[in-house]
Design a protein around this ligand. Structure first.
Ligand code: FES
Length: 63
């Protein structure tokens, strides 16, 4: 599913960017460009960020 239409950014790409170390909305913007055009996707992008950080916090630490 596309989150950001302006830049063609999918939910999967945002999730991957968070998993790769983008742990704030600003970092996510810097890595992907999400919400840097019209801004309509910001709340959805923040939701993906929060959910991904949440699931990382719950996941067992990798050895
Ligand atoms: S839809 Fe993401 S900046 Fe416009």
């Amino acid at each position: 599913m596309y989150v950001c239409i302006c830049h063609g950014i999918s939910e999967k790409r945002l999730t991957q960017a968070v998993q790769d170390g983008a742990h704030s909305f600003e970092q996510l913007q810097a890595r992907t460009g999400v919400a840097t055009c019209c801004g309509a996707c910001e709340s959805c992008a923040r939701q993906v960020l929060d959910e991904t950080l949440d699931s990382q916090a719950r996941a067992p630490q990798a050895a």
